[in-house]
Design a protein around this ligand. Sequence first.
Ligand code: SAH
Length: 384
Amino acid sequence: MSDCKLRAKNCGGCPLLGLDYAAQLKQKESAVRALLGKYGPVHPIRGMDVPYRYRNKVISTFAPAAGGKLTSGIYAARTHKVLPVESCLLEDEVLDKVLLAVRAAANRCRYQPYNEDRGTGLLRHCLLRRAVATGQVMVVLVTAQPVLPGAKNFVRYLLEEAETRGVPVTTVVQNYNPRQTSVVLGEAEKVLYGKGFILDTLCGKTYALSPRSFYQVNPVQTAVLYGLAVDAARLTGKETVLDAYCGIGTIGLTASGKAKQVVGVELNRDAVRDAIGNAKHNGVKNARFFAADATAWIQEAAEAGQRADVIFMDPPREGSTPRFLESVARMAPKRVVYVSCNPETMARDLALLTQKGYRAEGFVPVDLFPQTAHCEVVGALSRL
Ligand code: SAH
């Protein structure tokens, strides 16, 4: 399973596929060590036993096929040409089959793919999500028109086609996106079948995932990452914990049973709504979540004299800001756990944090994205 015919066709999804997995891990670990080694020891990278088929989310773009039918796939690298995909080495195998069922049902309904240049046609993208712990599957059909003609038949055909292929479909949602944009989802949504969300379990907590919810795409390695992050915090049950850049609250909720209280901060309002719901249906009573820019929020909290014993921070690829890091130092937590998806911005942020009185105890790289150049890192810092 170490090559893929899509690579020759300029797929671009797996830049490291030609490199043996052990060599990929070594390369990522060395890159992290080169960036962070001067701040503290870089421990061996955590890789996957089976570094394929890990993605629980698929986005496929519809395109015309022979005989007036439609197919779907991904854009070839640096183009707007759709490369049809029958099977992808990174994607959950169940989702490969669900996608074939979606295409077959769409063809039975004679739906036409949307044409970006002419603005004609109906179907733009299909977003699929599989909750690996529960097996539930969500299908989101993104349309260029507000109405999906014969939606009931589409659902009936889809359930038939899925059953033929031996895969489940738990819920089907239509998303209407009329805009000229490369953003996949639009604002308006209509549930065509099921509840409009699926439930997944991760590190002992249950999460409701809607079409728009941000959720890590590699569940096996996310459990490793969160486990390392919560361990690094060395919680005793007495701590006030801040989960900055918290998304749908996963890190804070994973830690909530070991802390006195958890406060989560996240910019995306939908994610915050999900986080509040997730706390509620898991019976977590000691967690609160705020929708705000993390820098503005923490600066205000620090100025108001608020304290935290432990701060988790998991910023986006751009990393954090000097004002955020200065406010962290003012809040004087005994421990900071920095979870990063970009070791370069992490190194930049560590230069400041270590000047402000924190020392890195160590770093663990975690390979969340085998076959790609990306690497996550968990860094544990303590106050001098
Ligand atoms: N900890 C979460 C999410 C990490 S991704 C998880 O593991 O799933 C980074 C998150 O930072 C995203 O949810 C993004 O919406 C959020 N974010 C980006 N810029 C932000 C800002 N300025 N303030 C607060 N949150 C921000």
